[in-house]
Design a protein around this ligand. Structure first.
Ligand code: N01
Length: 548
């Protein structure tokens, strides 16, 4: 451990230390407190909310419907909170997070403005020793990474970046004060979800907007709308069964499906189903046929539909051609947007294709591509995240015999059930690699994992176990299973942050478990079989057998 100035916290010893006060860290406090555990959460920001604290760019909103993207652990909470729109905006989501923090008095267990820098397991004491950038050194029996999946921003090292004299923004680290682009020439680099959400709003304000696109993506209309009292009342009257029904869907959120292959219907029927799904909008488009994510042939029919839609919206045929994606729909995350393609019909918007001519450099005045300087007053980097693993590996985590997580994951992230890694006892990762995580309604995955952690700790205590760790055999088998399912899908067929290819040098591994209900069953089976695949021990290393 590094020898930084040490600040002794008033009580440096906890049952559980958690990294991150987003939705996972917040629910962990509530759940573990109820079990009588002492919990300390360290959070780099100045408030709760995680993703919704950091991502404040114009247009930022959730792409899973609000009535589903919310906690269900408290019936009172879900009854009293009133979402105003089908897809809540970032400010509303942040208000929700703050409301939850106040309602359950969570802040007293959170230390803000503090980043965990290192954590090491001490086999003698069976405890984790944790260090922060504020000089804290604390210990805990359990160490939980609630670091989020899209938290560590990716800012590519464009040559000359530091010489730019205008304003620079990253969508994932947006200022807390309002940003006014009126009268400015603005560049947006990137065309992922963050860019797609912000581009129409920036275009409406800026004098000119230039968009630098490396890969054209598929954008489905959100069809966002205010939620009316009648609909909210109907859902709230049967919230429990509404939740239960939605968890039976592959991504743990509801969608309408024909229940058929895209290839077993006539051309006219297929077109009608696609039109209906386009009119409904949202991520749910992917579920309209059963095989869009598993058959390239079926997927090609959806790609064709999207390209025709796009061509019908964008007036300039050359621009439309440049906006056409050329990979399997859904392979990169389908983007949910509002007026995105329509924005390219504005006179003050231009599109620069950088697929074959990457950004050469950034100058004091702008962005150079193919020898041409595009002069701008501000640059918005919508260049994404070191997803899934970035924030876990941002902490120097050392397990048994000082082995580092960075070494363990050098060839790709691996964790049994996406929850625990062999060699790192009593260390849990919420929505970690190998769990449904990014392919789910993540609020449901968070509650599922936090409940699993709470139950595991309670079961261990009842059985006299103090240490839990997965076996290497169980971890190996799980990694193979996750990869096996992914290999039958379209997800590995393109470059994306899902496989880590957006970060130079990152191992290319697809780590999301496809199929929320099957995963949920597996977790239940593991517990019912006495924590199958895990080793449970006393602090002295004696094996403890859990009841089946
Ligand atoms: O990031 P991204 P994001 N030179 O990685 C480009 C969630 N989210 O922040 O595709 C030039 O998707 C890169 O190009 P390419 C959601 O899960 C949700 O937009 O790699 N360009 C791409 O166009 C989402 O998927 C919402 O070729 C470079 C863009 O930058 C995830 O977060 C809203 C480059 C990055 O897109 C990430 O979205 C926002 C380079 N060197 C985010 N490097 C909701 O709707 C990267 N790019 C809830």
């Amino acid at each position: 451990m590094s020898q930084t100035a040490v600040r002794i916290a008033p009580d440096p010893s906890f049952d559980v230390v958690v990294v991150g006060a987003g939705f996972a860290g917040m629910y962990l406090i509530h759940r573990l407190r109820k079990q009588g555990k002492t919990v300390r959460v360290f959070e780099a920001g100045t408030d709760v909310g995680g993703t919704w604290y950091w991502n404040r760019y114009p247009g930022c909103r959730v792409d899973v419907v609000s009535m589903e993207y919310s906690y269900e652990f408290s019936a009172e909470l879900q009854q009293e909170w009133r979402w105003s729109e089908k897809y809540a905006t970032q400010p509303e989501l942040l208000r929700y997070a703050r409301h939850v923090a106040d309602r359950f008095d969570l802040r007293r267990d959170i230390q803000f403005r503090t980043r965990v820098t290192a954590a090491e397991f001490d086999a003698d004491s069976g405890r984790w020793q944790i260090e922060t950038d504020q000089g804290d050194r604390v210990t805990a029996q359990y160490f939980v990474l609630a670091t989020g999946l899209l938290s560590t921003t990716n800012l590519p090292p464009f040559p000359g970046l530091e010489t730019f004299t205008g304003d620079k923004y990253h969508t994932g680290l947006w200022p807390h004060e309002p940003v006014d682009f009126s009268g400015k020439r603005v560049a947006v680099i990137g065309t992922g979800s963050s860019a797609v959400q912000s581009i129409p709003l920036i275009a409406a304000q800026a004098e000119h907007l230039t968009i630098f696109q490396r890969t054209a993506n598929y954008v489905i209309p959100a069809r966002n709308e205010p939620l009316d009292d009648e609909e909210v009342g109907r859902i709230k009257a049967e919230y429990e069964s509404f939740r239960e029904r939605n968890l039976a869907y592959p991504f743990a959120f509801f969608f309408e499906s024909t229940g058929k292959s895209a290839l077993e219907v006539t051309d006219a029927e297929r077109e009608r189903f696609y039109e209906e799904a386009w009119a409904r909008g949202g991520l749910m488009f992917l579920g309209i046929f059963t095989d869009l994510l598993f058959s390239h042939e079926a997927n090609a029919t959806a790609q064709d539909f999207f390209r025709r839609k796009l061509a019908s919206i964008v007036h300039n045929p050359e621009t439309a051609e440049r906006l056409m994606p050329h990979f399997s729909l859904g392979c990169k995350r389908l983007i949910v947007g509002t007026d995105y393609y329509e924005t390219f019909n504005r006179d003050n918007v231009s599109l620069v294709d950088i697929k074959d001519s990457p950004i050469e450099r950034i100058t004091p005045r702008g962005v150079v591509v193919d020898g041409q300087e595009h002069e701008v007053d501000a640059i918005v980097f919508a260049t994404g995240f070191d997803a899934i693993t970035g924030s876990v590996l941002g902490v120097d985590i050392r397990g048994l015999d000082g082995r580092s997580m960075r070494d363990k994951w050098a060839e790709g992230a691996r964790a049994y059930l996406g929850l625990m890694a062999e060699g790192f006892p009593n260390c849990f990762i919420v929505t970690g690699p190998g769990s449904p995580s990014v392919l789910s309604n993540v609020l449901k995955s968070i509650e599922q994992h936090v409940d699993f952690i709470g139950q595991t700790i309670a079961d261990m205590e009842a059985a006299g176990a103090e240490v839990i760790e997965p076996t290497l055999e169980a971890e190996d088998a799980w990694v193979l299973e996750v990869d096996g399912i992914a290999s039958r899908s379209v997800y590995k067929s393109c470059d994306s942050w899902y496989v880590g290819s957006n970060i130079p040098g990152k191992p290319r591994v697809f780590t999301a478990y496809i199929g929320w209900p099957q995963y949920a069953d597996e977790l239940k089976k593991v517990v019912a079989a006495g924590y199958d695949g895990f080793r449970l021990m006393t602090r002295d290393g004696d094996q403890v057998r859990m009841a089946d």
